[in-house]
Design a protein around this ligand. Sequence first.
Ligand code: NFS
Length: 672
Amino acid sequence: MAKKREINDYSTDPAAQQMLIRAEELGIGTAFTRADNMVPCNIGGAGMCCKQCGMGPCRLTKNGEVGVCGATLDTIQARNLTRAIAAGSAAHSDHGRDMAFLLKATANGEAEGYSIRDVAKLRTVASKYDIKIEGRSPEEIAADLADHYIAQFGQQQGEILPAIRAPKKRQQLWREQKIWPRGVDREVVEALHRTHIGDDQDPAHILNHAVRTSLADGWGGSMIATDISDILFGTPAPILGQANLGVIKEDMVNIVVHGHEPSMSEMLVAASQSPDILEYARAAGAKGIQLSGICCTANEILMRQGIPAAGNFLHQELSIMTGAVEAMVVDVQCIMQALVGLAQNFHTKIITTSPKVRIKGATHIEFDEHKALTIAKEILKTAIDNFANRDQGKTRIPQIKEDVIPGFSHEYINYMLGGSYRASFRPLNDAIMTGRIRGVAAIVGCNNPRSSQDYLHNKVVKELLKQDVLVVQTGCGAIAAGKLGLLLGEAGLSEVGNGLREVCETVGIPPVLHMGSCVDNTRILTVLTQMAEEGGLGDDIDQIPAVGLAPEWMSEKALAIAAYCVASGAYVIFGGASPISGMPDRVSDSDAVLKYISEGWEKLYGGKLEFIPDPQKMIEATLAHIDKKRAALGLPEYDPNRFGRSGDAKMRELEALPLATKREAIYGVAAD
Ligand code: NFS
């Protein structure tokens, strides 16, 4: 058994710490304690185990050892990584597929409770694919767009459509490298085929297909998911919300929505505001209904509706530990099977809703977009009926929460930089070119109970802000920053480098921009594309001084995101353990695949993937890369002392002066 850690080592979040103390009091295990008890397999963890056929599993632990079929270590590692990327791509893209079907049903008037809320976005997106817009109703346009998008999944030949939104030079590179995905499903299937026993055995060739599969996610399934979510539920714009377990309310019926697809959570939000449901809740003795979210569903409803986030991935169990949650409603992805057993210690009902996901012991109320509002009300009533079963003696809600301002879609960033009439990325590019902003870091991804919750995320964020790096975030990383108070306009600006601070104060933005859920990493691709197209920072994504980081990654989806960002030209750094680390002391060639996804991919795509567990080294590598890209563009060397004496900073300095000196400083003449 591994060493048991202290509560402070489990999480840096004080609300989580309170709940973990409570778990100890009650003798309840969580992912944190299970991580202590479960020592990771050092062979499988290093990517040195092949389970692809019944002749094994083969564990390659000695120099030059091969599997029963003769597979070498690098072939096995490449296959393992490719399968993980395929699974991650499948998860995101299947979400995108369901959104496309929902758009079609909405356009046909067959989706109860849904409507097209953002007609402007619908028209913008449709026009990218030459779908006729003029003289047509939103429903007619949406029906065509839905057909186009649904076709991307089963397309057998040609090029998936959304990828035409990448910079021209990138498109050319994908064609030359023959990695432009043909169809989302085709690439995932081929990834599984190629990695079956006795198929593709050249690691570089296998990984080449991993990249194509991931592009089908980033510039396919995920981008489709983001587009349609915006069209149906509104493109996010800054909105005030809150984050952390303190959003759970003692006197309300608490329903925690957990998972990924906004289709159900948005309908629960709508249903929770309907008078009959509110009356039902009051009749049950509650003051009302408090919805909150976990994981990416939290991000979806936080950034569009201001519904508070109860927390990120590792808060799913902890929210139930409050004893005040009547129901946790889940759909797909990142849902721990442990929830059902944990909930049995309280009155909480775990309600599964997706036709794809059932958990033994959970209540299943199947969601169907054709009667979504009716089903949403049924789910809410089930939760309300459970309010009477709450044991007040067992209720412990940490009174800890932070205000957050999420909702920085690429459309909004474009608008806020230039205003309605000259919306543009010019000011951002200019700020980078002058060196006010040193570069951009996208800090995304999961929590992992093998590291202290939120520690790596927030350490990297805070350090990069000091170095004038603008931070954009999605997924559980965004919620980590939110819980720390980094997603509020003015908060924390004193901790931000001078140049970045000036830009934030001038534009009126926080230094950390919450851009959405994990499928919304495609918004970051769009921002990078628009920066490249704006001019001054090269003509492709790999020239922009930007880095992607997932300090606490754990899911296969994160690996898919990493691969498509690399193929789009980004340097991506993952914290924690590498799934293909090998064991250099035992196998001489065990880092061939690691080297290939770094140096090899960089030669091909201009982007690379590296695993760097130490946060300080992660920060150094980020800054070194940003500075290298600045130098390659011929931009001035970053100078931390060059900016910071204009705008608000100047005003603050003046305010501190005595009146007479102030007059002199402003008007150049001394007081009488
Ligand atoms: Ni992303 Fe969302 Fe969180 Fe990781 Fe899971 S919620 S899709 S996978 S854990 S960031």
